[in-house]
Design a binder for this molecule. Structure first.
Ligand SMILES: [Mg+2]
Length: 125
């Protein structure tokens, strides 16, 4: 079986490093990007099953990344992980735009995120 592919896009380099280590150790092929534009290039190149994306990014933000992926790679599941919180309005908007899930940063546990990534994979079968 080939490893499921994950692209993580976040301008916090430490966080992408953490995600890379965590998901690589769990058998994922992980690619990371620090900007929305380079993240979309990785999506084109690797066609991942799941994308983790921050909302506040330099240049193209997470909203645009989400909408672009929904259009060009409808099977790819997009999970937004963001410190930006306005009492649920953003969360609702992102889910309406087709995000598979939304997580607040800092994450209380990477295991919850891993469970959701697993659900995202299963939802594609
Ligand atoms: Mg950010």
């Amino acid at each position: 079986m080939t490893a499921p592919k994950l692209v993580a896009i976040d301008d916090e380099a430490e966080f992408t490093k953490t995600l890379h280590q965590f998901f690589s150790a769990r058998g994922y092929e992980v690619h990371i990007a620090l900007t929305g534009t380079s993240g979309l290039e990785l999506v084109e190149l690797h066609e991942p099953q799941v994308v983790l994306v921050d909302l506040k990014l330099p240049g193209m933000d997470g909203d645009e990344v989400l909408q672009h992926i929904r259009r060009t790679h409808p099977a790819t599941r997009v999970i937004v992980v963001t410190a930006y919180n306005d009492g649920g309005r953003t969360r609702e908007r992102l889910l309406a735009l087709g995000a598979f899930a939304h997580f607040d940063k800092p994450l209380s546990s990477l295991r919850d995120l891993a469970d959701t990534v697993k659900r995202a994979l299963e939802s594609q079968k």
